[in-house]
Design a protein around this ligand. Sequence first.
Ligand SMILES: Cc1ncc(COP(=O)(O)O)c(C=O)c1O
Length: 384
Amino acid sequence: MATNTPVTRPKNARFSSGPCAKIPTFTLDKLSDAALGRSHRAAVGKDKLKDAIEGTREILGIPADYKIGIVPASDTGAVEMAMWSMLGARKATMVAWESFGAGWVTDVVKQLKIDASVLEAPYGEIVDMAAIDYNTDVVFTWNGTTSGVRVANGDVIPADREGLTICDATSAAFAQDLPWDKLDVTTFSWQKVMGGEAAHGMIVLSPRAVERLETYTPAWPLPKIFRMTKGGKLIDGIFKGETINTPSMLAVEDYLVALDWARSVGGLKGLMKRADTNAKVIWDFCDEHDWIENLAVDPATRSNTSVCLKFTDDRIKDGAAFAKAVAKKLDAENAAYDIGAYRDAPAGLRIWCGATIEDSDLQALTLWIKWAFEACLEAQSEAA
Ligand SMILES: Cc1ncc(COP(=O)(O)O)c(C=O)c1O
């Protein structure tokens, strides 16, 4: 007998893992101060870009001697410009436990053809970060968005490493504590935890990353949008808001509004608390039901942003079709959009729990998931 249809829908059913839900207070008129139709090189545009950089430093607690740049092509652009500009100086270690990390492995092994060792773990698990040789350049993803598995902390990364750590932190930044002293290059996009727009990425460089840029020239050509140095010197302007090419001032304004909202909820601590509270709603739901489980095997590695779930009920005949049917039903009911597992990931659900989501909406969603699960089981037996 199926559960009754729940009465209350989430107020905001946008649980996508990117672009993620806008800030709860978002309205389009909040962007009315955007420097539209003005040059990004004019004082008004440059000031906004600088505010975006320094606001990021303030909220994330990025050290004063780290450089922060706004770059083209979202997080992908930021990761690739780092790899293309810095790798090849020494041996590399590529670390992957889900789809995006695997994409960076392809870049390095198949495109750049760099001497790299590749360490991989299946979906749900994580590579042993303590077993890595940090005298090599290490490229890894802090939070695997498609598996819901994250690095627990950076304790095992040695302070006196000789290699650089290049970290794709796009679904971790603003939700998880990033140890800046252990990260030489950190990248993210506005479209994740801040609920901003895609198109631009951010790249954060430690002094050692800057040193690499100024002392090493890769053997391959670099397109203009990857170039961070000129004549062996860092192009300092990039890190003060003089972007390499034209940014969207609308997206910049949207990010500034999101940063203001972040301040209003208590800065990084407030953002992390919101994500933790949100994720716990889903974790508790899994604990209370024996037919759904977190994909992350080790609780210490469970993501508090991209929470990935699998159905474990023996009665399910075709796991992939079942999970798809549940996600489709929730979408059709306007209870949850975009929560099917990522196309390369194991079948299941992926529910974004970053700071822009309200825990009350997740509470409401859990009732709908239970309802859809039972309805899909019933449909399965009717079809049999
Ligand atoms: C871990 C990770 N890396 C990279 C990307 C690509 O980000 P973008 O599309 O912003 O370039 C994503 C997007 O979901 C991601 O989750």
